[in-house]
Design a protein around this ligand. Structure first.
Ligand code: FES
Length: 177
């Protein structure tokens, strides 16, 4: 089946986690806690196919405000594809990037809104997180793997340009003028 992430189309299967599909395909998405429902950077907005996804789980109910849920926000680390069909979503980091590129003035409003929604849910979030029994070593391993992936992506971004001065170079990358 096809899934569209930040306007790019990929293959996906029933059972795949949205975060994994995005990461496998190097799409902009936050995953600082490595998928442990801690960092809240993996928010995505479902634009199509919400009914094909797993229902909201306890992590999402504790962390997402009513408004965000109404707007179609899900946590990519907690959401899996349950049925085949057309799914389309945009990640919060991509939304921010697009605002930055097109109209940076929107960013203040966006930050204020997200801050407010987080504040509304803060008591629930705090209570929920304090009850969770997390394996610290697993969380640390996931965070480190997330950081390593982020560095790989940065490296890839740098590799995509070359500073060779010869007319033809062998590095197979876009040429910097
Ligand atoms: S909450 Fe951190 S990756 Fe989902």
């Amino acid at each position: 089946m096809q899934i569209t992430i930040n306007n790019h189309q990929y293959e996906a299967n029933v059972g795949d986690r949205l975060l994994d599909i995005a990461r496998t395909n190097h799409e902009h998405i936050g995953y600082f806690c490595g998928g442990n429902a801690l960092c809240q950077t993996c928010y995505v907005k479902i634009l199509e196919g919400a009914e094909l996804l797993s229902p909201l789980n306890d992590d999402e109910k504790a962390l997402l405000s009513e408004n965000l849920i109404r707007e179609g926000t899900r946590m990519a680390c907690q959401t899996t594809v349950e049925k085949p069909g057309t799914i389309r979503f945009i990640s919060a980091v991509e939304e921010v990037k697009q605002m930055f590129d097109t109209n940076p003035l929107q960013l203040a409003g966006y930050a204020g809104k997200m801050g407010w929604e987080a504040m509304v849910k803060f008591p629930d979030t705090l209570q929920y997180q304090s009850k969770r029994e997390l394996n610290l070593m697993d969380v640390i391993a996931d965070v480190l793997s997330g950081i390593a992936d982020a560095f790989k992506l940065i490296g890839k971004a740098f590799e995509s340009t070359c500073s060779c001065t010869t007319e033809r170079c062998d590095c197979n990358t876009a040429k910097v003028n």
